[in-house]
Write a protein that binds this ligand. Structure first.
Ligand SMILES: C[S@@+](CC[C@H](N)C(=O)[O-])C[C@H]1O[C@@H](n2cnc3c(N)ncnc32)[C@H](O)[C@@H]1O
Length: 197
């Protein structure tokens, strides 16, 4: 996809993603599965001195994110790629915060590896997060929430916040608005990455 705000899949910028902004060492925040991008764009507007990257495997949604959120905040870029390729895109410890918003729950046990909080993905995030880096997750799905609490604990993450009925925040995702309209609770957690040995 050819647009100034889109990083061509699997071609990280030379020198890392921080070179995208002419700011000294901005924090780098990544939303995995950003959908149509409402959350990442609003959050980027609120924090103009940090870099926000939205990763989404469906190219069509990246195109829609651009259309919906134009004019884009200066500090947002999109990546059309699957999270399976994260380690080809990012250098170790390059990321400060990872957001997982309403990720696909993959309820069948044989698909558990695809959940974005599986032990395999957590090990990958641990390598890519900087010291003190954090993971934030929102979901309507109780099973995925409980599963994530368990995998995070087993992997040594420090749980900072857990909330089983998150009140509305300034930045919302498209799915979140839909679930809130239906009166469903939003489960939320924030966890700090363990130190790599
Ligand atoms: C249920 S939607 C939620 C979208 C958005 N975060 C929201 O809350 O409105 C899940 C999104 O994650 C994307 N997704 C799922 N697995 C992914 C992966 N492995 N890599 C990148 N994107 C992924 C899907 O394409 C979809 O757009």
């Amino acid at each position: 996809m050819n647009h100034a705000a889109v990083i061509a899949a699997l071609q990280p910028p030379a020198g890392g993603f921080r070179t995208l902004l002419a700011l000294p060492l901005p924090a780098l925040n990544l939303e995995i599965g950003m959908g149509r991008g409402s959350f990442i764009c609003r959050t980027a507007q609120n924090e103009p001195e940090q870099l926000f990257l939205g990763l989404e495997r469906r190219v069509q949604l990246v195109a829609e994110a651009i259309e919906r959120n134009t004019p884009l905040p200066h500090n947002v870029r999109f990546i059309a790629a699957d999270a399976r390729h994260l380690e080809e895109l990012f250098a170790p410890q390059e990321i400060n915060r990872i957001y997982l918003n309403f990720s696909d729950p993959w309820p069948k046990a044989r698909h558990a590896k695809r959940r974005l909080t599986s032990p395999q993905f957590l090990a990958c995030y641990r390598r890519l997060l900087a010291e003190g880096g954090e993971l934030e997750m929102r979901t309507d799905n109780r099973q995925l929430y409980d599963y994530s609490l368990a995998t995070l604990e087993a992997d040594g993450w420090q749980l900072i916040i857990q909330n089983e009925n998150l009140p509305p925040q300034e930045a919302a995702t498209e799915y979140e608005l839909r679930f809130r309209k239906q009166g469903l609770p939003i489960y939320y957690l924030r966890a700090k990455c363990p130190l790599e040995e």
